[in-house]
Design a binder for this molecule. Structure first.
Ligand code: PMP
Length: 325
């Protein structure tokens, strides 16, 4: 049995379990596993990137005792940064679009982060959360901007952590990996880490509607159609983390299909997850079908559904969004 003693709270980040998803496996005739990233102390896959980006800034001498960490985020990276920053004695300023889940905002406030809410705008707008967070870091004494979209310490967390853990658990049994991209750190890092061990592992990008990566990886151009209510994913550009990502193929999943998947996972296996996990598992089912019966596919269970009780797990909210059938 692995040690159940953790020397510090930061050692709780990573080494998450892989769970065999019975329903998706049965429906495809394959072995589909989800990596339980909601087990991280901040409750999402983004704790890993937060730890790596903060420790890289420390090593480079940019982050000093008593300093402040500033980031623009859909929420989970901010929660990861506040978690790590609290454990290390730094302050946190988080810039977040005001249409993200109230649960994530409340969690950030509970962690003591200073929260700056901005309207959801396009990346080209100077008021976009990414640009606003960079300016706040520039104007705040002794502050660093972790720059999760273009800082490749983000994907390094997944090369050194997530991919190594998946390989350690399954070794040559793994045939494919897929997940959606926000910054792209997870898909690029896991893809690079797995390909370094076996060229035969297929790496697939699964996009929500409204994102431009599906068209990029299938037709070579960044175009998008439709929209999605999934938080934390849906990218319109090739971020620094996505550069040179070893993507073999791509799928696109609608919110309606992702909602069906998270309801099945909840009813059939008692897993209550956020919508990006539904996009990922739906993508894993598509990849499993493409690779054929008996193949083994891994995806990411990014965060818990408890983070979205007032949104995707709230029938009234779904009805308002036209997503209740
Ligand atoms: N799912 C959720 C819920 C997230 O918050 C994020 C991070 N933005 C992702 C998926 C995507 O992760 P990444 O930034 O590594 O692409």
């Amino acid at each position: 049995m692995p040690s159940l003693l953790s020397p510090t709270s930061l050692d709780l980040i990573g080494n998450t379990r892989l769970v065999r998803l019975a329903g998706p496996s049965a429906r495809t005739g394959c072995e589909i596993y989800g990596k339980c990233e909601y087990e991280n102390p901040g409750g999402s896959v983004k704790d890993r990137a937060a730890l790596f980006m903060i420790e890289t800034a420390e090593r480079e001498g940019r982050l000093k005792p008593g300093g402040t960490v500033v980031e623009g985020t859909a929420g989970n990276t901010g929660i990861g940064i506040a978690t790590v920053a609290n454990a290390k004695g730094y302050k946190t300023i988080i810039v977040m679009p005001n249409n993200q889940s109230p649960e994530k905002m409340a969690t950030l406030r509970a962690l003591g982060a200073e929260l700056v809410l901005v309207p959801p705008t396009k990346f080209a707008d100077p008021e976009h959360f990414v640009h606003r967070s960079r300016r706040i870091a520039e104007e705040t004494p002794n502050a660093v901007w972790t720059d999760q979209f273009d800082n490749i310490a983000n994907r390094a967390a997944h090369i050194e952590g997530t991919a190594a853990e998946i390989w350690h658990a399954l070794r040559n049994r793994i045939d494919g990996f897929t997940c959606a991209a926000g910054t792209g750190g997870t898909i690029a890092g896991v893809g690079m880490g797995l390909k370094a061990r076996s060229r035969d592992v297929t790496i697939a990008l699964t996009d929500p509607h409204g994102a431009a990566l599906y068209s990029y990886f299938t037709a070579g151009e960044l175009t998008s159609e439709g929209s999605s209510v999934a938080e934390g994913i849906g990218q319109g550009r090739i971020t620094g983390n996505l550069e040179d990502a070893p993507i073999d193929c791509a799928f696109r999943v609608s919110d309606k299909d992702a909602l069906t998947v998270i309801r099945q996972l909840n009813a059939e296996e008692g897993l209550c997850l956020g919508l990006s996990s539904g996009i990922n598992v739906a993508g894993a089912e598509q990849l499993a079908r493409k690779l054929g019966p008996g193949s083994t596919v891994v995806t990411i269970l990014c965060d818990s559904g408890f983070r979205y009780l007032s949104t995707v797990w709230n029938p009234a909210w779904l009805r308002e969004k036209g997503l209740m059938s």
